[in-house]
Write a protein that binds this ligand. Structure first.
Ligand SMILES: Nc1ncnc2c1ncn2[C@@H]1O[C@H](COP(=O)(O)OP(=O)(O)O)[C@@H](O)[C@H]1O
Ligand SMILES: N[C@@H](CC(=O)OP(=O)(O)O)C(=O)O
Length: 439
């Protein structure tokens, strides 16, 4: 129960200098025994993440096009890391064989397999550099056909990482499906790998090392110098992470929460900073809001029908249409004669015509329309519970900044107010809400 799982994100493994910082961090606490790494990220804002280069390579190779531009950048990046650290590795052999397959048998390489090599190679180098055991995540983390983690995953992890005295390095971001193929998580998924490993070994703590000193009250790319968050609950962080606070993947909360494992977000470039602790619901919250985040890429299906509220099963039947097309929904605010369903725009695009036709035929609405280009802004905090005037303050701030509110949703838990706004107003809305609550 004393072991710590440390996940180092793309920014923390971007070059040899970052590898050295990781070594110092790992060696400074003997409990840091399980290390998860992402693929090298950007060294500067203009650079492309290695994972994105791998996606571009796949895209070109699968169409039989020349993929040398992104591929050579990938090779260069690994070569530089090896050279700068003086590491001997069979990296060139592996990359040559992959290149050969992409050129001559591209159909034998899946997207997920190719993209997973970013993490795989990085973890192998890191293991060598730290003098640790490399353990592949492929046989440990298994997804079922519904993209859920198969229960045997946790037993496999406990077995494979059973020796408490050993130092292990594993690649993040992927595992395998029931057919034995490599399967990746969604983007940013190395955070989830770390959380699953923490659960599997009953870790004392899950440290998530990145390039900011913890969670901030708003995205620092939108609000200038937002205040840091010292403590945030599992529930709050899940809402914030889901809504765009990209520092931690929202699916990485549940595995830690299930065993009450605290998550600590830390800065690889400033290891002396305490960062943010994520844990159970606090007794008292200092500020009414803990944070604000926003996410673009949603569409609203708006349905209007007179006397809708008297039609038993209306909502269920509409949602059944979405279910039959495999479309999940985010929010479903409704009134007596109308309902709106907010869905992911990309997921809707693929099935939009069928969904519109089926709802029209089955429900005979007076009006049905899709409004694309919606952003959801989440204002989150236990401090809002039972506090009078929070909503008034929030909507006044939006009105004063001329942000048109398209959707309002406050969950019964009262820890989250979601507003739907036009995508173009996302940054304005976040700045306005932050300024209203943090003086
Ligand atoms: N509320 C927030 N607090 C801190 N960082 C945030 C927040 N919202 C967005 N970010 C962004 O998340 C980035 C860290 O996440 P990410 O780029 O995935 O890091 P890593 O490469 O370490 O996985 C930060 O550099 C910051 O720009
Ligand atoms: N490399 C993957 C997985 C990941 O978690 O990366 P990062 O830790 O850099 O967010 C991605 O870019 O999605």
């Amino acid at each position: 129960m004393s072991r710590i799982v440390c996940k180092f994100g793309g920014s923390s493994v971007a070059d040899a200098g970052q590898f050295k910082k990781i070594k110092a961090i790992v060696e400074s606490d003997k409990n840091r025994k399980v290390i998860v790494v992402s693929a090298p990220g950007k060294r500067n804002p203009k650079e492309t993440k290695l994972t994105d280069l791998l996606y571009s390579t796949y895209d070109l190779a699968s169409k039989g096009l020349d993929f040398s531009t992104p591929w050579n950048l990938i090779r260069q990046r690994y070569d530089e890391i090896c050279k700068d650290l003086g590491l001997e590795d069979k990296l060139t052999e592996d990359l040559d064989s992959l290149e050969d397959k992409l050129k001559n048998h591209p159909e034998s390489v899946s997207t997920d397999f190719l993209v997973s090599r970013g993490e795989f190679l990085c973890a192998r180098l890191m293991a060598k550099y730290l003098g640790a055991n490399f353990v592949d995540s492929y046989p440990l983390i298994t997804f079922d056909d519904k993209y859920r983690i198969a229960p045997k995953t946790y037993e496999e992890i406990a077995k494979a990482l059973g020796d408490e005295n050993q130092l292990y390095v594993l690649p993040g971001f992927y595992g395998s499906n029931l057919r034995g193929e490599v399967k990746t998580f969604s983007r940013g998924g190395s955070d989830i790998t770390g959380a699953i490993l923490a659960n599997g070994i009953d870790a004392a703590k899950y440290e998530n090392w990145t390039d900011v000193s913890g969670m901030l009250m708003a995205d620092p790319r939108i609000v200038e110098s937002p205040l840091p968050i010292e403590y945030v609950s599992y529930r709050e962080i899940r809402e914030l992470a889901y809504s765009g606070a990209s520092v931690l993947h929202d699916e990485s909360i549940a595995p830690c929460r299930a065993k009450k494992i605290p998550i600590n977000i830390r800065n690889t470039n400033r290891p002396e900073d305490a960062g943010t602790i994520i844990g159970p619901t606090p007794e008292n919250a200092k500020l009414p809001i803990t944070g604000v985040a926003g996410r673009k890429g949603f569409s609203m299906i708006y349905i209007e029908k007179s006397m809708m509220n008297k039609e038993v099963g209306f909502g269920r039947r509409v949602l059944a249409v979405l279910e039959s097309e495999g479309l999940s929904y985010e929010l479903c605010p409704s009134a007596i004669d109308s309902m709106s369903i907010v869905v992911d725009s990309k997921a809707l695009d693929a099935v939009q015509d069928v969904v519109l036709e089926d709802i029209t035929q089955q429900m005979r609405p007076d009006r049905i329309k899709i409004f694309p280009g919606i952003a959801l802004i989440a204002t989150v905090g236990h401090g809002m519970t039972n506090k009078i005037g929070v909503a008034a303050k929030l909507f006044t701030a939006l009105a004063e900044n001329k942000v048109n509110v398209r959707i309002i949703d406050q969950g019964s838990s009262q820890i989250n107010i979601i507003t739907g706004v036009d995508e173009a107003d996302t940054e304005k809305a976040i700045k306005a809400i932050y300024a209203a609550f943090v003086k």
